[in-house]
Design a protein around this ligand. Structure first.
Ligand code: CMC
Length: 431
């Protein structure tokens, strides 16, 4: 970061401080408060980080007002339409679209790392069969540091590279095996002649008893779901990965932390929660009841798949996802899917309601993704693991960027302490 000619003036307790202001290539200016505590002896307060830039980054840009999402400058709708997931992975990791030869090398590298260490099977077998696949994924990805010691030294750029490739390559196998274990079916090994999405579908849906032919339209839809979830700048799980890795923890441990964070229903768990909500609503005539509940301050119910911390306009990913849902259901000959009908009508009614428009609550990426995944044959419990698989490249790219940044230091927020002040210990008989 270069020295900024712009400053902001802050007066604290009668004293005035000049704070540098940095101008990004896009988005609002950022006031640099790094020296504030040293100079003025005060902290800033921002629970939920609604006004805080935690790092500088060149990977992803979101304009929440315009509903714009750019990866390395390229809009997500163009990438979803013209590119494919592994090319987007390359773009996120290395900053530019690959030349044909570089893409081929990258795809070969990823394909060659898809198998898991055979011993990991026994690790899977330690879980209860009814374990949620996300619980298995947190455990298995965390355990990768026990299986791949040769790529845990974060000070070695080559080891960082290998860890990145391993994570992107093995995540479909890890997620598919979590599913297979959960359903009681045998694990299916990856096949190097298939593309990334087809390989994942085959590892999930084929069984040794019969051949499984991957439908190219479904594999394209799967690839698009991966692409749409690939990165989203400093969201909760990515910030978790960055914070975990700021201590120097190994990449597998950090990505496991990201998966754990993603699981929550306010984040990646929303796709499962959204489909369960559509199921619970059941028919269009019950929509007003649920909209009323979402608006009721005394009811904790929220419309899942609606609203976003950053997007105050349509989530650009949701637009592509909605179109994809129509295409996939059409292809599969699923006419009159009741959940799609409820989803479309719910979206229509909510967007006509001032509660949602005034609060700028629009459908997000999770609103339609569950419908597609269910139509493909995935149970709701697999929705968030698929999000985790897709987001791995984003976590890894942000992690790589952070480790290579000389400004990187351990993340250590402070607090507004409101507890008791110093007091003497009271013996138990006197309490
Ligand atoms: N249904 C009803 N009301 C809502 C909703 C919703 N889905 N989302 C926000 N609101 C209301 C909220 O009650 C609050 O009202 P008031 O100002 O009167 O108190 C106002 O809108 C602002 O909400 P907030 O919770 O302060 O906003 P936030 O930026 O902290 O939360 C969110 C963002 C995504 C967590 C939230 O919109 C939400 O819980 N949505 C449902 C879960 C969901 O779909 N999450 C997926 C997000 S996209 C994928 C991802 O990031 O993983």
């Amino acid at each position: 970061m270069t020295e900024s000619p712009k400053t902001a003036t802050l007066t604290v307790h009668g004293d005035t401080y000049e704070l540098p202001v940095h101008s990004p290539t896009a988005g609002p200016d950022v006031i640099d408060i790094r020296k504030l505590y040293g100079q003025a002896g005060v902290f800033t307060y921002d629970p939920g980080f609604t006004s805080t830039a935690s790092c500088d980054s060149t990977i992803t840009y979101i304009d929440g007002e315009k509903g714009e999402l750019l990866h390395r400058g390229y809009p997500i709708d163009q990438l979803a339409e013209k590119s494919h997931f592994l090319e987007v992975c390359y773009l996120l990791l290395y900053g530019e679209l690959p030349a044909a030869k570089d893409l081929e090398t990258f795809e070969t590298t990823i394909t060659r790392h898809t198998m898991l260490h055979e011993q990991m099977q026994y690790f899977y077998r330690g879980f209860r069969r009814d374990a949620h696949p996300m619980a298995i994924m947190v455990g298995v990805v965390g355990a990768m540091s026990a299986f791949y010691h040769d790529s845990t030294d974060i000070s070695d750029p080559r080891q960082r590279e290998v860890a990145s490739h391993r994570l992107i390559a093995k995540m479909p196998t890890i997620a598919a095996w979590a599913y297979k274990y959960h359903t009681g079916q045998p694990f299916v090994y990856p096949r190097n002649d298939l593309d990334y999405a087809s390989n994942f579908l085959r590892m999930c849906f084929s069984v040794p008893a019969e051949d499984y032919e991957v439908n190219p339209i479904l594999s394209r839809a799967m690839d698009r779901i991966f692409t749409l979830h690939a990165d989203h700048e400093q969201n909760a799980s990515t910030s978790t990965v960055r914070l975990a890795s700021s201590s120097g923890a190994n990449p597998f441990a950090c990505i496991a932390a990201g998966i754990a964070c993603l699981w929550g229903p306010a984040h990646g768990g929303a796709n499962q929660a959204c489909l369960e909500m559509l199921e619970e609503i059941g028919s269009v005539d019950r929509i007003p009841e649920y909209i009323a509940r979402a608006k009721d301050k005394n009811d904790p119910f929220r419309l899942m798949g609606f609203g976003h911390r950053v997007y105050k306009n349509f989530d650009p990913r949701a637009k592509v996802m909605k179109q994809s849902a129509d295409e996939v259901l059409d292809l599969l000959g699923i006419e009159d899917n009741p959940k799609l009908q409820v989803a479309k009508e719910l979206e229509r009614e909510a967007l006509e309601d001032p509660y949602f428009t005034e609060k700028k609550l629009f459908p997000n990426v999770d609103f339609y993704s569950g419908i597609i995944l269910e139509a493909m044959g995935f149970p709701t419990s697999m929705f968030t693991p698929i999000f985790a698989l897709s987001r791995t490249v984003g976590w890894v790219s942000q992690w790589k960027e952070m480790i290579a940044d000389p400004q990187n230091k351990i993340g250590r927020p402070r607090q507004l302490y409101l507890g008791e002040t110093l007091r003497d210990y009271v013996d138990i008989e006197n309490r």
